[in-house]
Design a protein around this ligand. Structure first.
Ligand SMILES: C[S@@+](CC[C@H](N)C(=O)[O-])C[C@H]1O[C@@H](n2cnc3c(N)ncnc32)[C@H](O)[C@@H]1O
Length: 372
């Protein structure tokens, strides 16, 4: 008689996904290691996990500070596979000090970008530039898996994961690549690819003003500084860059919201400043401003031709069975199909805008002549 029953674990803990329990442990590890965190990791109503302020944070204050001992440094920026291998190394190292970090990663069913795009989806990108990019990444991973001896490679697969290389699958490599490539950060003053716990829990918001400070003296820790006041409970965002929707989808598995801009933002591959040979992924969101009517007509012709090509693809697709979702990649298919719609809407809007510019110019010319 007498002993009170042990308190039941809170419902929230019971229902927590393993990666979310690990995320709490990750915060504890960062704090134990001397870091500071005015944030916690939570999910929003739509189930997207992110960072939330655990108290009010004034503009200019640190949102968190991550000690260097908690950063996974994947080396310099020459080798595409390094962040993938750095992550895999920790995933296959028993008692890794990054164990909470790797356990907090989204599982394969919730992880998607161009690294693990199913082959059957590649043509849905409807862009030779993106299709080539994705196939190049796939081929680099395939060669890494095949143990191709490349004397210039910084790290080979068995060097990173030991005997686990014997049983590694392309799917596992693609998953690790997708995780690493959507999470690492590079930048001044050290040009290194860094996987930073907690930093990589912040979701993208275009124009988010919070800024990273790192390797400063006397405090070299990795800090995120509030660019505006954040109230307790508010989501802590980070701007992944000024991305068009195709860039956001291939690099982060998200749509950046380009259709909501005015005018709707063209995909990078449709933008007048896009140069596939330059290999740059960032095209400024500057609308085309013709200085002459000839320029305007040339751009209008280019856009109409692009839209006509896409309409032709639509006609061909309508005669085929609808694309089938690959198990675990249902959401990815939805995003790709939505990107196709956004692309056409943005082209149509730009064609309308340039057409209207021409009409307005003609009318003002006619008015000027009638006044003479
Ligand atoms: C650096 S991680 C951010 C943390 C991530 N949500 C998590 O739970 O680990 C980047 C990934 O988060 C997701 N993400 C980032 N920004 C998002 C947004 N605005 N909406 C939905 N998902 C987003 C995408 O899956 C993206 O590849």
């Amino acid at each position: 008689a007498g002993a009170a029953p042990a308190p039941a674990p809170a419902a929230a803990t019971l229902s927590k996904r393993p990666e979310d329990v690990a995320a709490d442990e990750l915060v504890a590890w960062v704090l134990e290691s001397g870091g500071k965190a005015n944030v916690e990791v939570r999910r929003n109503a739509a189930g997207v996990r992110g960072l939330y302020a655990s108290r009010d944070i004034a503009a200019g204050q640190d949102i968190y500070s991550i000690p260097l001992s908690c950063i996974l440094n994947a080396g310099d920026m020459q080798d595409f596979s390094l962040p993938t291998l750095a992550l895999l190394r920790e995933m296959h190292t028993p008692c890794s000090r990054f164990s909470a970090y790797v356990r907090a990663m989204p599982p394969p069913a919730h992880q998607f970008n161009g690294c693990n795009l199913p082959l059957s989806y590649v043509s849905l990108l409807q862009s030779s530039y993106w299709e080539e990019q994705v196939m190049t990444w796939r081929s680099l991973l395939t060669r890494l898996l095949g143990g191709e001896l490349n004397d210039s490679a910084a790290v080979l697969l068995p060097e990173a994961v030991g005997r686990a290389a014997d049983n590694m699958t392309l799917a596992e490599l693609q998953y690790a690549c997708s995780l690493a490539s959507s999470r690492y950060i590079t930048g001044e003053p050290r040009q290194r690819m860094l996987l930073v716990p907690l930093f990589d829990m912040a979701n993208h918001r275009p124009g988010c003003p919070h800024a990273v400070r790192s390797f400063e003296r006397p405090d070299p820790s990795f800090r995120l500084v509030a660019g505006e006041r954040i109230r307790s409970g508010q989501e802590v965002c980070y701007s992944y860059g000024d991305m068009a929707d195709d860039v956001a989808l291939v690099h982060y598995g998200i749509l950046a919201g380009g259709r909501h801009t005015d005018p709707p933002r063209l995909l990078m591959v449709d933008h007048h400043l896009f140069d596939p040979a330059a290999g740059s992924n960032l095209v400024p969101p500057l609308p085309f401003e013709p200085t002459t009517d000839k320029e305007r007509r040339r751009e209008l012709k280019r856009l109409k031709a692009r839209l006509a090509e896409l309409r032709e693809l639509d006609r061909q697709a309508a005669a085929q069975p609808a694309p089938q979702p690959e198990p675990g990649y249902e959401h990815a298919l939805e995003l790709l199909l939505r990107l196709q719609v956004i692309r056409r809407e943005a082209l149509e809007a730009e064609i309308t805008r340039l057409g209207a510019l021409g009409k307005a110019a003609k009318m003002s010319k006619a008015r000027a002549q009638s006044e003479l």
